[in-house]
Write a protein that binds this ligand. Sequence first.
Ligand code: SAH
Ligand code: SF4
Length: 356
Amino acid sequence: MSHSTQRSLHDPDFAGLREILAADGVNPWHTRALWGALHREGSLDLASRTFLPPLQRWIERSVGEGKAYFLDAPELVEEIRSDDGLTRKFLLRLRDGQTIETVLMGYAGRHTVCVSTQAGCAMGCVFCATGQGGFVRHLRPGEIVAQVLHARRVLGEIAPGRRLRNLVLMGMGEPLHNYESVMQALSSIADPGGISIGPSRIAISTVGVVPGILRLAEEKRPYKLAVSLHGSTQDERAALVPVAKRWPLESLIEACREYGKISGKRIFFEWTLIAGKNDSPETASRLAGLLAGIDAHINLIPLNPTGGFAGVESDGTTGEQFQQILLAAGFPCTFRQRRGIDVAAGCGMLRGAGRF
Ligand code: SAH
Ligand code: SF4
C-alpha cells in the first residue's frame, strides 16, 4: 500500500467510520467501540487494546504501517509553557513534515484549546506571523481532530480529571477557507460519544469570508462566530486585512446582519489595537455606528509583535478610551487576557521564527 493511498481513521465522522467498516464486511454495530477508542479515549495504539474479535481482526488487517489506514498522531517538536504552567503552546509536525501550532489555555479551572485549520494562511493580514509566511495547504479533518486530542492528553497529565471544555479556531489559517474539512472535524469533536465539546463552546474565528459566514447561517451551524474586523472604514481595514478588497467592509457587515437575523446569535468582533492605525476615538465611534443594531460583543486584542510588521500596540490609556466609547454605546467590550505565553510567542510566531 503506497503512502498516498493510506487514509486517516481520524478523518471520517461517525457515519463515515461506519461506512468504512461496512465496506470491509464488518458489522457496523462495531463502529461505536472503534469511535470510542479513537475519540473518547484518544487511543493512538489500537493494537494494544482488546476489541471483539471481528473488529480486532479488521484492525490487525487494516490499521498501521503499510496498511489501508493510519491514525493522525502529530509529533511534538517543541512546547512552550507559561510561568504558571497552565498555558502551553505546542509546535506539532504533520506526516508530510509541515508544522502547525496548537495552544492549550487554562484560566481559573476552565480549559480551552486553540487549533490551526491550515498550514500557513492565504489571507495575508499584515500584522499576523502566519499571514506573513503565506499559504502552504489545508489541514484534513483528522489533523484538526488530532490537535484537540493532543491538548486533551496533555491536560490529563497536568490536571487529572479536568475536562477540556472549550475550542477556538484561532490558530494558524482561515477556517472558512477550508470549510468542508473544518465542519467535518467540528462534527466529530462535538459528538457526545467522542471528544464531546459542546457546540456552543466552539468558536470559529474568520477574517471575514462573506460566503462562508452566510453558509454557516444557512446550514444552521451551532457554533459561535467571531469576525476579525480591525478597521471601521474600507480603507482603514484594507490596509491591515488585504482580503477586504475581495469582501469589502460594507458586504461583510451586511453578511453579519444576515447571520444575526437567521441564527439569532450574538457575533464576537475581534479588534487588534495598533497604535495610530485603528485606535483613535473617531474610529471607536465609527465602529459603534457600523455595528448598530447587531447583537455584538467586541473583543480587543493587544498586538503581538511580528518580524514582518513595524506597527506597535496601542498604549493602555488609548485602549481603555477605545473600550469606554464602545461600552458607552451599549456594546459589551472586553480586553483579551494577556498571558505570559503571548509574550514568548503569539499566534504563528513559533513557526514563523524560522527555527524549524
Ligand atoms: N484566520 C482567522 C483565525 C486565526 S487568527 C482570523 O483571522 O480570524 C486569530 C486572531 O488572532 C485574529 O483575530 C487575528 O486578527 C489575531 N491576530 C493575528 N496576528 C496577531 C498579532 N500579531 N497580534 C494580535 N492579534 C493577532
Ligand atoms: Fe490568516 Fe487570520 Fe492571520 Fe489573517 S489573521 S493572515 S486570516 S490567520
